[in-house]
Each structure stands twice: as structure tokens, then as C-alpha cells.
Write a protein that binds this ligand. Structure first.
Ligand code: ZN
Length: 162
């Protein structure tokens, strides 16, 4: 296992549309293990493959009491409620903003064995699921906030990078 380098805002891979996984080959399983290790090493609650430079539809989530949740080709099939809470991203370190999300979501996906699976989550895990699935379509949380707020957040991020 290995801790992978996290791609930060500005890297093109974060803006691409990730490709579906067609076969869960050994290198995919290795990638998933490394993604989980990387997520926990950075105290993240979720990580999407594009964040480690791999444009494939794979996410890992810390499911709290359920432990690690691995979702391949995930799709939100149900969502309800609305909740605005502070959100951050390992690819935009140090930046936090209030983001409106559904409060509860159900996601359909394949697990690492290739079996169909469904996960329903509320609270932080529901937020993480929506955030990470956004990454697979090249969407970042700062795209979901107001234009002014985004400008302030990005200026702050650029200053930190200097
Ligand atoms: Zn993120």
C-alpha cells in the first residue's frame, strides 16, 4: 500500500469527466487500497480517484460506524432534504465554505467485488457521497457556492500556495 499524492486545484484531471470502470482488475483493487490509505492519512472523509490523478469512477468514503465504503461507478438514485453546512476538499486545502446539499442520499454502485450495492446515508457521509461523486464529473465544491464567495476562496487558496 502507498499514500498517493493528492492533486490540487488547477490540475486538469480534477476538471475531467472520469471514465466508468469496466473491469475490476488487480490494479483497480490496488488503487482502491491506496486511496483508502491516502484518505485516512489526510483525515479526509472521502476521496475520488481523479484526486489522485486517475480519471476513473471510483470513490472511497469513511462510512463512520460502517467503516470504509468503496463505490465503483456510483450513481445517486434518490435524494431528499436540503442542508447547508461547511465543506472542504483535500484538493483545495485550507478552504472551507457553506455548501447546500441533499441531507440524505441513496447511491447505487458496484463494490470492490464487482457486486451491485446500494448505500443510503445521512449527515456527513451523505455530504461526502455527493462531494465525491461530483469529483467524478469534474465538479468541485467551490462550483456550488456564490461567485463572490468563490473568488474570495480562490484568492485565499492562491495566497496560501505562494
Ligand atoms: Zn474534494
Amino acid at each position: 500500500m502507498a499514500i498517493l499524492e493528492i492533486k490540487e486545484y488547477g490540475e486538469p484531471v480534477l476538471r475531467g469527466k472520469a471514465l466508468p470502470v469496466k473491469e475490476i482488475a488487480p490494479e483497480i483493487l490496488n488503487l482502491i487500497k491506496d486511496m483508502a490509505e491516502t484518505m485516512y492519512a489526510d483525515s479526509g472523509v472521502g476521496l475520488a480517484a481523479p484526486q489522485v490523478g486517475v480519471s476513473k469512477r471510483i470513490i472511497v468514503i469513511d462510512g463512520e460506524e460502517d467503516g470504509l465504503i468503496v463505490l465503483i461507478n456510483p450513481l445517486i438514485i434518490e435524494s431528499e432534504g436540503e442542508l447547508e453546512e461547511e465543506e472542504g476538499c483535500l484538493s483545495i486545502p485550507g478552504i472551507y465554505s457553506l455548501v447546500k446539499r441533499s441531507s440524505k442520499v441513496t447511491v447505487k454502485a458496484l463494490n470492490e467485488k464487482g457486486d451491485p450495492t446500494e448505500v443510503t446515508k445521512e449527515g456527513l457521509a451523505a455530504r461526502a457521497l455527493q462531494h465525491e461523486i461530483d469529483h467524478l464529473d469534474g465538479i468541485l465544491f467551490i462550483d456550488r457556492i456564490g461567485r463572490m464567495e468563490r473568488q474570495i476562496a480562490l484568492n485565499k487558496f492562491k495566497k496560501k500556495k505562494q
